[in-house]
Design a protein around this ligand. Structure first.
Ligand SMILES: Cc1cc2nc3c(=O)[nH]c(=O)nc-3n(C[C@H](O)[C@H](O)[C@H](O)COP(=O)(O)O)c2cc1C
Length: 175
């Protein structure tokens, strides 16, 4: 069966980000579900909207050549990081009918639940199809202290349903 090209985006550029510490484990888990490309808000965000991309391959081009997007993001002030919005706003038509999954993190008890809801209107407006479930990691700072292998063991059961759903939706739409 055909595997999707999955673009995985780290949604924060914050120094010492806990989410960034979990990101490699999530990427490893995703490798069983498709051909992976990794991107970070840090390398793609511009200072102002519509400024030229600082990245070697601009974000819209990465989206264009992908089938699915997995957003891995912390919750900032009950929403998603500004740099993530900046990156998402760089494209429009490239997103149409592609599937997107959301993985949220927080050092508190809600695991980025408010972020995962706040980002949905933007994703829908871009023409993306959002998976039914999101994976939310509360007290992510504690998970991030562990080794990559331990992180994989701890988060795998919640990350794989998102990936499975992304693959399922991709296959339905690619017929
Ligand atoms: C600017 C800012 C705003 C934040 N707002 C929230 C919030 O609304 N809800 C929440 O649960 N955690 C919030 N946090 C805490 C993050 O959940 C925490 O930093 C966690 O480690 C994930 O973010 P990180 O990847 O930047 O480390 C906020 C953190 C920052 C830096």
């Amino acid at each position: 069966m055909q595997q999707p090209k999955i673009l995985i985006l780290l949604g924060t550029g914050r120094e010492n980000s806990v989410t960034a510490k979990l990101f490699p484990a999530i990427v490893k888990i995703a490798q069983d579900y498709g051909e992976i490309t990794v991107a970070t808000a840090d390398e793609h965000a511009t200072r102002l909207t519509w400024e030229p991309s600082p990245a070697k391959v601009p974000w819209p081009q990465l989206v264009e050549t992908s089938d699915a997007i997995l957003i891995v993001s912390p919750e900032y002030n009950r929403s998603f990081p500004g740099e993530l919005k900046n990156v998402l706003d760089q494209g429009y038509k490239e997103y149409k009918d592609k599937v997107v999954g959301i993985i949220g993190t927080s050092d508190g008890p809600f695991g980025g639940a408010r972020m995962s809801e706040a980002i949905k209107p933007t994703l829908t407006t871009l023409g993306l199809i959002i998976t039914q479930r999101a994976a939310l990691f509360s007290f992510a700072d504690k998970i991030a202290e562990k080794s990559e292998q331990e992180q994989i063991e701890e988060i795998k059961d919640r990350v794989t349903p998102i990936l499975e759903e992304m693959v399922r939706i991709y296959r339905r739409f690619s017929n």
